[in-house]
Design a protein around this ligand. Sequence first.
Ligand SMILES: [Mg+2]
Length: 235
Amino acid sequence: MPKIKLITFDLDDTFWDIRSTIINAEMNSRKWSEDKIGRKIEWGTFEDFMKIRSQLVKEDPSLEYDLGMLRKKTIAYHVKKFFKNSKDLNKFIEDAYNFFLRERHKVTFYDDVIEVLEELSSKYRLGVLTNGNADVNKLGIGHLFDFSISSMDVKSNKPDQAHFVKARELSQVDFNETLHVGDHPVNDVLGARELGINTMWFNLNNLNWDIDNNPPIQFTKWSQFKDLVESSYGK
Ligand SMILES: [Mg+2]
């Protein structure tokens, strides 16, 4: 086994639960918008919400990795009828988006994540590879990482190789000395494995690996992680 020099991490559902985070952010943002506009807004069902998003992506495929713009266009879809001119509308969208973004960063870290990252950061180089729009610098943990790469940065989503290639470029660490860690069997594990990057699967719910006959090294609690890295790849 090669010695690991760089560890890259996914964020959503790897360091915190994303579903509850986004639902809270969405609910608080809706209330914020209605309070600002002073009217009830027809938000539709969750299916409507997803349909609007996929329609917008169909019209402009770059929205697939530009989640900020996708959100702004979704906000516009719901509120534009309340505005007489585009200047006021655009100002509202900016403010609503910034409110959402603040809410989206109100995450509850899984147990031990911060402590483990602090320990690792003195021994390894650490990086972030996310398909989402969370920013470690807005979470008070940016100093623990050498770099952070989002889909916007590379105009691509994992499992495509752009995030991983960019990580190698920024760190100058080869794939075989890199370990990528994430919750998603395809986006994280297969995406990285495809390039010869070492992988570990954060498998919080202890799911079965049903992708192939080659299950990755996995863990269910962050407290297990450092020992697992050392027992797998050496101290
Ligand atoms: Mg994830």
